[in-house]
Design a binder for this molecule. Structure first.
Ligand code: HEC
Ligand code: HEC
Length: 410
C-alpha cells in the first residue's frame, strides 16, 4: 500500500471515519443516496452494451476452448471459472496443466474480474510499485497476459505460437477469425497470435460478466437497499477502522470522489509473510523461494521488493476455496485470523526452530524477511499483545466480505 499520511488523507476518505462516528449516520453519508450511477460505466470507464463486438465474441469462444491446449482439455475457463467469479474452481494451491494435465503450476489462479482499470506495472513518484498483471505484475496488459498461458509448459503447454495457430485453424470458429482478421491471417503465426490475444483482451474488457458490480455491498452503496445487517455493518466498521482491521488501506472499500464503486484493491504490492505451502512441489527444494516482484528478471536487483505480491481484489472472495499467491489457506477464517495473529501467535502459523523460536516468514530466505510488513496494522503487534481483532470480530469482518459476492438478489 501507499503510506497515507494520518490526518487529512485519512479524514478525506469516507470509509476511514466510519469507525469514529455513529456507524449508521456515517454509512448513510458514505454509502446511501447514490442510486443514480450506472455501475457498469464507472470503474473501468469501459461501458458495455448488451451485445459484444465481433472481436469480443471471438475472444469468448477462445476463452472457453480447450482445443487450443496441448492436452485438448484445458482452456482459460478451466482455471478462471465463472462459477467462482473467474478464479480457480477448487482448493488446490496451484492447478495442474501440461500435455497430460499432470504438471503442477506455481501459484494460485486468481479471479480475473475487475481488472479493466488496472494499468501496466510502474513505480509511482514515491517509489510505490503499482499495477501490472499476474501476482508479480510482469504482464503490462490483458493482451500481453493472454499470450502466456498458451505457451506455458505447466498450463496449456503449446510448444510454439505456430502450434497454437495450427490448433486455432482447426477450431470451429476459424472461419470467423479469418473473416475478422483477413483470409491469410493463419499463414502468419505471429500476426494471428497477436489477434488471438487481442480478442481475449477485448472479451474481458467488454463483457460485463467481468465487472457486474452486483454484490449486496454494491446494492447498498447504490442505495438499492437501505442497509446491511448488523453483523455486516460491524464488519465493515472494523474493516475500515485504522486501529482494528485497517483492511481498507490496501483493499479500498469507499466510492471514489467521482462516484466510482470501490474495487477492493489499490493495485499495489505488499509482503505479508504468508507461510510456506508444502502442497507446492516446487517447495520440495528447500532452496527454492517464490520471491514475487524481485523474482522478475527486470527487478532482480531490487531486493527490497522480494516477497511482495500484488494486492488482489476482495470482490467475490467468499467464493474462493484457496487464498494468497501460494494457496496456503483454504478458509477466510484462517486468512483473517492469520492477519491479526501472525505476530501475536506465530506458533499457529510457522514451524518451530531447534532453539524453540518460530521460523517466522519461512517462505522467504532469511535475507529478505525484513521486507515483511510489520509496521502497519493489523500486523504490528507482539506476542503477548491482544490481536487487532477478536475471534468474534474476525467473524464480523468475514460477514462483511460475504457481501462482496456478485449476483445478490434483494
Ligand atoms: C492452468 C491454469 C491456468 C490457465 C489454463 C490460464 N490461467 Fe490465467 N492465471 C493462472 C495463474 C496461476 C495466474 C497467476 C500466475 C502468476 O501470477 O504468475 C493467472 C493469472 C491470470 C491473469 C492475471 C490476473 C491479475 O490479477 O493480474 C489473467 C488476466 C488471466 N490469468 C487470464 C487468463 C487467460 C485469458 C487464459 C487463457 C488464454 C488463462 N488465464 C489461462 C492460471 C491459469
Ligand atoms: C498493507 C496492505 C494490506 C492490508 C492492510 C490488508 N491486506 Fe489483504 N492482501 C494484501 C496483499 C499484498 C495480499 C496478497 C498477499 C499474497 O498473496 O502474498 C492480500 C490478500 C488478501 C486476501 C486473499 C485474497 C485472495 O484472493 O487470495 C484476503 C482474503 C485479504 N487480503 C483480506 C484482508 C483483510 C480482511 C484485511 C484486514 C484485516 C486485509 N486484507 C488487510 C495486502 C493487504
Amino acid at each position: 500500500m501507499r503510506f497515507i499520511p494520518l490526518g487529512k488523507g485519512h479524514l478525506r476518505a469516507c470509509s476511514a471515519f466510519v469507525w469514529a462516528f455513529s456507524i449508521a449516520a456515517a454509512l448513510t453519508a458514505c454509502g446511501g443516496g447514490g442510486g443514480d450511477a450506472d455501475p457498469a460505466k464507472l470503474p473501468g470507464g469501459v461501458s458495455s452494451g448488451p451485445a459484444l463486438s465481433a472481436m469480443a465474441q471471438l475472444g469468448q469462444k477462445v476463452f472457453n476452448d480447450p482445443s487450443l491446449s496441448a492436452s485438448g482439455r484445458q482452456s482459460c475457463a478451466s482455471c478462471h471459472d465463472a462459477a467462482t467469479a473467474h478464479a480457480q474452481p477448487n482448493a488446490l494451491a496451484a492447478q495442474l496443466g501440461g500435455s497430460m494435465l499432470d504438471q503442477q503450476g506455481s501459484r494460485l489462479s486468481p479471479s480475473i474480474r475487475y481488472l479493466a482499470s488496472n494499468k501496466a506495472f510502474s513505480f509511482t513518484a514515491d517509489g510505490t510499485p503499482n499495477g501490472g498483471f499476474f501476482w508479480d505484475g510482469r504482464a503490462s496488459s490483458l493482451q500481453e497476459q493472454a499470450g502466456q498461458p498458451f505457451l506455458n509448459p505447466v498450463e496449456m503447454a503449446n510448444g510454439s505460437k505456430d502450434e497454437v495457430i495450427r490448433r486455432l485453424a482447426a477450431a470451429s470458429y476459424a472461419e470467423e477469425f479469418r473473416k475478422l482478421f483477413g483470409d491469410n491471417i493463419m499463414g502468419d503465426a505471429e500476426a494471428a497470435f497477436q489477434r488471438l490475444t487481442l480478442a481475449l483482451q477485448q472479451y474481458q474488457l467488454e463483457d460485463s460478466a467481468f465487472r457486474p458490480f452486483s454484490s449486496k455491498y454494491d446494492a447498498f452503496l447504490l442505495g438499492k437497499i437501505p442497509r446491511l445487517n448488523d453483523q455486516e455493518i460491524r464488519g465493515l466498521a472494523l474493516y475500515n477502522n485504522p486501529v482494528k482491521g485497517r483492511c481498507f488501506a490496501c483493499h479500498p472499500s469507499a466510492r471514489g470522489s467521482d462516484g466510482r464503486l470501490p474495487l477492493f484493491t489499490d493495485f499495489t504490492y505488499d509482503s505479508l509473510g504468508v507461510p510456506r505451502n508444502g502442497e507446492l512441489r516446487q517447495n520440495d527444494d528447500p532452496n527454492f523461494y517464490d520471491l514475487g516482484l524481485c523474482g522478475r528478471d527486470d527487478l532482480k536487483d531490487r531486493t527490497g521488493l522480494c516477497g511482495k505480491f500484488k494486492v488482489p481484489s476482495l470482490r467475490n472472495v467468499a467464493l474462493r476455496h484457496a487464498f494468497f499467491h501460494n494457496g496456503k489457506f483454504k478458509t477466510l477464517k484462517d486468512v483473517v485470523t492469520f492477519y491479526v495473529q501472525r505476530d501475536t501467535n506465530p506458533e499457529k502459523w510457522y514451524p518451530q526452530n531447534a532453539d524453540g523460536t518460530y521460523d517466522k516468514f519461512n517462505d522467504l530466505p532469511s535475507a529478505y524477511r525484513g521486507n515483511v510488513n510489520v509496521l502497519e496494522g493489523p500486523y504490528n503487534r507482539q506476542p503477548g499483545q491482544e490481536p487487532a481483532l477478536s475471534d468474534a470480530e474476525v467473524d464480523d469482518v468475514i460477514a462483511f466480505l460475504q457481501t462482496l459476492t456478485d449476483g445478490y438478489q434483494p
